[in-house]
Design a protein. Sequence first.
Lengths: 155, 560
Amino acid sequence: MKIDYYEKVFLILGVVMLFSGLGAILISVVGAGAMVPTPAGRVAPGEVRQTAPFDNPGVREISPGKYEAVIVAQIWSFTPNEIRVPAGSEVTFRVASADVIHGFFIENTQINAMIIPGQITEVEQTFDEAGEYLLICHEYCGIGHHNMWGRVVVE
Amino acid sequence: MSSVAVTQSATIDRETSGVFVAEQMWPIRWQLYLMFIALAVGGWMGLGQALERVGVTMESFAGLESYYQGLSIHGVTLALVLTFSFANSLLSLLTIEGFKRPLASTMLLQGSFWFMAAGLGLAAVILLMNQATVLFTFYTPMEANPLFYLAAVFLVVSTWLTLANLVWTYRQWRADNPDERIPLPAYLTLTTYIMWGLASIGIAVEVVVFVLPWSLGIWDSTDPQLNRIFFWFTGHAIVYFWLLPAYVSWYMLIPRQVGARLFSDGLTRLTFLLFLLFSVPTGLHHQYTDPGISGAMKSIHLVLTFVIFFPSLITAFSIMAVLESAGRKAGGKGLFGWIPALPWGNPSVNAQLLAMLVFTLGGATGLINASMTVNLVVHNTAFIPGHFHLTVGTAVALTIMGVCYWMVPYLSGKKLFQPKLALAQGWLWAIGVLTFSRGQISGGLESMPRRTAIGQAAYELPGWELSNWLTAIGGVTMAVSGALFFLVIVGTLFLSKEPTEHTEIPITGEPLHGPRESWTKLDRLGMWTVVAAVLIIFAYLPTLIAYLPAAFNSPGVKVW
């Protein structure tokens, strides 16, 4: 099939660009540790509040500098809606929904995940800088969706 | 109808050839009219959503119950009805033109129209009754009125009837022309619809097997993660079903409209074939942040998503080659002198050139979303609507309006009303969407969530005020542009007295490198469909197997 010289050059450059993009993503995973959520267990939405660890939501220190934040999402709030940790903490968030799909998004972090009924969402973040981080439900979850929020306070 | 003489090269005389028959022309025309209704309603909602950001509530703007009711109407009318009815209309017409014969079945063509009308009507009633405020993605376990899901079925069935008709027409033509290359316009329409046929299996399974029986109470509960996998099986490829009809116009019509020849038959076929092969096995890139899917499968879909960017790169080259050669023929000199030499005074060309220009930004932002880890910054933020108003909201929507500027005169026989308004319409849309998307994109990068009534939200971050104003100003500009579009179209249909010069479809002639230079195996559509199906199985079967057993433990909830 006839492909002209300029077209060939353009397409080769395009392929190089796409491979560079894939390479950059690989580096962000291997080098910088950027991670997307992966399967972390299941829990039926109707049983979330009776199932450990979601029967006792809150923040716990599991080893020095490492925290676990267990959060239940329901229309239209997070329980708890405030997480307090010292600066430098590595926090593992374990989140489950008691009803519909919600979002779990913390500004200025790499935390951006879906909370899907039936699934447990597990994401991690190290909070180096003190301050207040807004936590937002960023998936439409009903008429009060825009009132579903919380905060992470790093002291 | 099989007695129609098939002429491959002679120009067609509309009156006597029997190629364009009246019983087939009215459903093609009326699909466009349905599209106008969808565009008017959906656009009106869009204006309300833009104004919501600066303090106007959807309740006061349109008397609706909530912002989200308006957003659901906006999504269903524009993402489903506008795009489907345009594809059904234009691609049916170009299949007739390509094969130089009527479609195989007038009944299927008319049926496609009636299903579209029924789907639109039913969806409108249920949405306006506030019985389906679930957005057009209808993620379970939010539960809408079952009739809403039935309306979605009707809309998809409408496209399936057109698909069946196109394939049937192809088979009739093939029987009469065993050794011919498939005419290029027909190759493009066929690959588009076959791709969609495969893609729509996901949503069909989701609705027919899981969601509809569950909403009728046959199943007590459902599995939201499984439903999402089936939804996004269709949900990414659907964007190519929105986009490819615009590409069909850029490849098959724009060259003639700007006065040049298409570059290469082979690469045009290859582009559409790649879309047929790779559109579907990319859907998981909408689910990078879902908890229930493994990182390995997400990564495979990431690579395949980058593959599907390649045919758009071919398109960028091919279309720019067409435009540059046209501009130079018209006297454009120097590196960029060919650009002002293009026929910007033709409203149909003007709108589509602007659509292409905006699409470069749409493609680039799309690649950002597809990049698995970068996506963590933008997923479900306002960046995403910023992106897709550049793609479906402009590359597609503005191309549709540009096509209407020859197609409505062609179908009605009436001269375009006030072409200068039509020119202004194109520019206003482009300026409006760039302002709107600038607002949404910056908002998204500053953590503003999408699909959220930001004007009423309980939280706000610095920088959002600028984002909100740009979104609102851009949205209002797009609405003014939309009003001009309807003025031109309604004026053409009801006020225009003169006959149009658009008495034929501006279909392009043989490309510079014609079909004799291209690979004949590209035409083996049956074989390629099987290859596409195998790729889909490879991309989705491991995901499904790893996911099973499903967990049907989410009861339906009405949350609005």
